[in-house]
Design a protein around this ligand. Structure first.
Ligand code: SF4
Length: 76
C-alpha cells in the first residue's frame, strides 16, 4: 500500500511541494491559517546548510552520514 500525499495548491513554490502535493506533511489542514512550514527551495537549502554547519561545529558529523547527508569534507 502506497503513502497518501495531501494536496497543497497554495504554495506551489514550496520546497516540499511536488505537483500540488505536500511531500513533508501528512496533514495539510491549517484551519484557515497559512502553513507554518512553508519554505522556498533556497530557504530549505540554507536551513540544511546551517544544520550541517552546526553538526560539524559541535563534533557530530557522524549524524550527517547516519541520516543520509553527505560527508562534511564535501562542503569545505
Ligand atoms: S510544507 Fe506547507 S506550504 Fe509546503 S507543500 Fe507542505 S503544506 Fe504546502
Amino acid at each position: 500500500m502506497g503513502r497518501k500525499f495531501n494536496g497543497c495548491f497554495k504554495h506551489t513554490d514550496c520546497f516540499a511541494n511536488k505537483n500540488g502535493c505536500c511531500m513533508a506533511l501528512s496533514d495539510t489542514r491549517f484551519h484557515g491559517k497559512d502553513c507554518p512550514f512553508f519554505k522556498t527551495h533556497e530557504q530549505a537549502k540554507e536551513g540544511r546548510r546551517n544544520a550541517r554547519t552546526r553538526l560539524v561545529i559541535t563534533g557530530q558529523e557522524d549524524l550527517i552520514e547516519k541520516y543520509g547527508g553527505h560527508s562534511a569534507d564535501e562542503y569545505q
